[in-house]
Design a protein around this ligand. Structure first.
Ligand SMILES: [Zn+2]
Length: 160
């Protein structure tokens, strides 16, 4: 019982009493310990998998895996959350394991990675090539002019 109270307090202190998900302050009494990886997905009761949450965010997340839940968030909320987690990690308040669990961003992309990569790569390469074509086209036009300007400058220098 005492251990559980200590754990609760430790989790609460990690975020200085703020909900990890929305950043709002919560008292130790109101705090809900959220399982980052839901128990139904094999998440444990250890401190690395527990995080300080307000009631609203914990209820909203429900039993969803975090990487699925994060997809529902606005870009602004997601950006603030990522900054919050990074700051806590930088300050040494949360472990790297916990920060990793809180930012499962690579899982978001992993399903479509192969398809996306290939497609994106093709598009990217095509863009780069068409830019190079444009530059080369301009250079073809300009090189004779640049060459003539250089000749003129050189002659002028020699005459002075
Ligand atoms: Zn919250």
């Amino acid at each position: 019982m005492k251990n559980e109270k200590n754990l609760r307090e430790r989790i609460w202190r990690e975020t200085s009493g703020h909900c990890i998900y929305c950043g709002h302050p919560v008292s130790l009494e109101e705090m809900e310990m959220d399982h980052i990886e839901p128990k139904s997905f094999g998440g444990g009761n250890n401190s690395a998998n527990l995080v300080c949450s307000c009631h609203h965010c914990n209820a909203e997340k429900g039993g969803e895996p975090l990487e699925v839940h994060l997809l529902d968030w606005s870009e602004g909320k997601l950006r603030r959350y990522v900054n919050r987690v990074e700051t806590l990690l930088d300050q040494g308040k949360i472990s790297l394991d916990k920060a990793d669990a809180l930012l499962p961003l690579e899982k978001l992309a992993s399903d479509e990675e192969d398809f996306q990569d290939e497609d994106f790569q093709k598009e990217y390469d095509t863009d780069i090539m068409s830019e190079l074509e444009d530059v080369a086209g301009i250079l073809i036009e300009l090189l004779p002019k640049i060459y003539r300007i250089c000749q003129r400058k050189r002659r002028k220098i020699m005459m002075n």
